[in-house]
Design a protein around this ligand. Sequence first.
Ligand code: DON
Length: 562
Amino acid sequence: MKNIILIVFSFFVFSCAEVYQPAVVSARKEATQIGLEIMKKGGNAYDAMIATHLALAVVHPTAGNIGGGGFFVYKDQDGTSGTLDFREMAPGNAFKDMYLDKNGNVIPDMSTLGGAAVGVPGSISAIFEIHSKFGSLPIEELFKPAIDLSENGYVVTEKQSNSLTGKLEDFIKINGDKSLYSKRYFEGDTIINIKFAETLKKISEFGPKAFYEGEIAEMIVSDVKKSGGIMTIDDLKNYKSVWRDPVKFKYKDLEIISMSLPSSGGILIGQMLKSIEDYDIKSFGHNSVEAIQLMVELERRAYADRSHFMGDPDFMNLPVYELIDKKYVNDRMKNFSWDKATPSSEVKHGNIIINESDETTHYSIIDKYGNSVSVTTTLNNSYGSKVFVEEGGFFLNNEMDDFSSKPGYPNFYGLIGSEANSIKAGKRMLSSMTPTIVLKDNKPSLIVGTPGGSTIITSVLQTILNVYEFDMDIQDAVNAPRFHHQWLPDVVIFEEGSLDKVKDSILKSKNYFVISLPIQMETGGMSPRSSIGAVDAIYVDDKGNVSTGADFRGDDYGEILK
Ligand code: DON
């Protein structure tokens, strides 16, 4: 009898479960394949997420990390969705004017380079939170591939060699010339990181306490202090990642699930898509003058709101859904004209009443049950603060630069903040990271996200529109040339490529100030960059076929388990 019940039950479960092709897209082939391997062994998307995250910390040290933070967005096969905020927190001794000299001027590099730039890291907390809520394989199995990779070494790619060489001077300045990354690496070299393997082994065996309380915590504090930082063991002990409600909204027949505060990403995507719903953007054509102009004007207004209103939700109470309300977003566009640009100097934040109370990485995963995971994680700039915890084998973030050091003073990405994003002990700095899942008929349709600092939000927006309005397949949608506007500075930046005609006609006839990449701009403008973003996405079509889009701009790689 027991057996019959079991057979009937299994049949019921099997016939109900949707069977998806498992897939992973990440910044590196090694990490993608490690995630897939975990699913081959019977692990789910959450197990794969942990193994992929740790593998990226080995092979993609510019952004993959245990010394940084990020955001995790999921849609589970049981229909629930949610997010985990594992953003870094300001140390307990942090204070509002900590990056200003006695005359009130911002001290150059202090919030970006060295120990003073480091926020309390969240990644290890997230890994164990996610594992205890959703994991199906033992944690040791999920750590093992990254440990092996660290011990056996990873091979440096051409792009990686350029990236490492570009920061060599900073590595030597901060860590001395004996440090693992304080030497020149060429394409084809193998980097072995035994110390990191040891670190991972300890955390795998003893759990998050090994990172936040034990000797690893002491190493972090000591290396941070050596280069001018203020983090304490208590800061590490007190770190907590937080389960938060996502931002959810409808765009036509789609449901979008994205990250809410302390990331501005989901809210800004919501503001822009709710407005675009009222235009026939498809008929304008992909990267046409009209489509670009509409998006630029929406970006201008959305980033003005970001700058004024947004910050850590634990320190304020912003009515998120009022900001993505149809009437509100339409009111914001009242002074929009097709004839010419609205100067940013004439665009301020909207009216909402508040009750007082150069390197990131994204990966997308789906498993055979349809569990979908969208994670963006970062050290902030390439290799973060450049502080390398020598005995632990890993870099620490410089996320403190995402706070507003001084009202009106732009951070590395040219973003300006207000009181809402001022520095306070224990506060999380405002982010632009936008890990997003799009549902169609309540099933996963698109899992998407990207690095790129302030341009993350506009890259995710353009990828969504490329798929659903401009009918591109996912790889074309990811590769298509991109542009960006963020209110201030009042410029539209374009990637080099096929947009020259559009740029010229906008520039000539409509008073837009346009810049082409690659650009080298000083602080106060946009950060130096040669391209916009590195989108990694998974698309599931109406018949359930899975395809991947791995951005050609990086070493990104997508694979489907057949
Ligand atoms: O949270 C943020 O918005 C930034 N710290 C992200 C940095 C980033 O994307 C760097 N990548 N190029």
